[in-house]
Design a protein around this ligand. Structure first.
Ligand code: SF4
Length: 281
């Protein structure tokens, strides 16, 4: 018997957009659309909508290999979750803001919206891989489809019709539920550090399995050799967090920008879907 779908009338779902930055197919939107302030992360101030002084005519960064040395650590941490190429190639059909300056303002307005959408797609996609979240998989699939549909909307609809804050709120309810279901599988009492100020905290070797670390401030905290398996890390600030020897396998809602902002070493264990930052030597 031929290997054909049982219901040929059912259209195949549209493929999800890629949720990783593809700078070669982006018009350097993060280097133009977003503002940054002079700080430990950026060597200069830059307003939104203005090209960074290091941006070349070909949309490449002139100091790409020396960003940390030049005081632009923030650029090595940022990730658009693939929103840049979506806006450049899909929403604006490959028309760049240099040769089509009339598109610039709207393109820079749409980019942060698409980044929100792609970040939501990232989290919902992860939730759908978690067996513990099976009871809410149908709701998650609906949220995924709705969000994905918005990523294909035109610029006008994205800036006037979409209430991205409302969408985030609805999806966050599902992500919270996912987190509860996953962490409930960890036996014993779990630590709740949701939104906690743990800057510089000494948590070396801590057992944080199943902990709630949503939105926690872990800047420069010592988490060396900590066990963070199945801990919920959504929105946790991991800038300069010491993760040497820590175990982050199965950590929930951990993103590449969070890892990029932290310190680690070859003994740090990370989820297989993420990439070990190059500065973790
Ligand atoms: S320093 Fe380079 S990567 Fe950072 S914003 Fe400027 S051009 Fe972009």
């Amino acid at each position: 018997m031929d290997d054909v779908p049982s219901s040929p009338a059912t259209p195949a779902p549209a493929p999800l957009p890629v949720l990783q930055a593809d700078c070669a197919n982006c018009f350097a939107l993060c280097c133009v659309a977003l503002p940054f302030a002079k700080s430990n992360d950026f060597a200069v101030n830059k307003p939104a909508g203005t090209p960074c002084g290091n941006l070349q005519q070909d949309f490449r960064c002139g100091i790409h290999t020396r960003l940390r040395d030049k005081g632009f650590q923030g650029c090595t941490v940022f990730d658009c979750f693939g929103a840049g190429q979506q806006v450049s190639q899909v929403t604006f059909g490959g028309r760049d803001w240099r040769t089509h300056p009339g598109t610039a303002r709207q393109m820079f307005e749409v980019f942060p919206v698409l980044r929100h959408l792609h970040e939501l797609l990232f989290y919902v996609s992860e939730a759908l891989t978690l067996p513990a979240a099976t009871p809410i998989h149908a709701d998650l699939r609906r949220a995924l489809a709705e969000t994905e549909e918005w990523t294909r909307a035109d610029a006008q609809a994205l800036t006037t019709d979409l209430d991205v804050g409302e969408l985030r709120q609805r999806i966050n309810t599902l992500l919270l539920k996912t987190s509860e279901l996953v962490r409930a599988k960890v036996p014993g009492r779990k630590k709740n550090h949701r939104g906690a100020d743990l800057m510089g905290a000494r948590l070396s070797g801590a057992d944080l399995r199943g902990a709630n670390l949503r939105g926690a401030y872990l800047i420069a905290a010592d988490l060396t050799r900590a066990d963070l398996r199945t801990a919920d890390l959504i929105g946790a600030d991991l800038r300069d967090t010491d993760l040497r020897g820590a175990d982050l396998r199965e950590a929930v809602f951990l993103t590449q920008p969070q890892l990029n902002a932290a310190q680690g070493d070859p003994t740090t264990r990370i989820p297989p879907t993420l990439t070990r930052p190059t500065h973790w030597t």
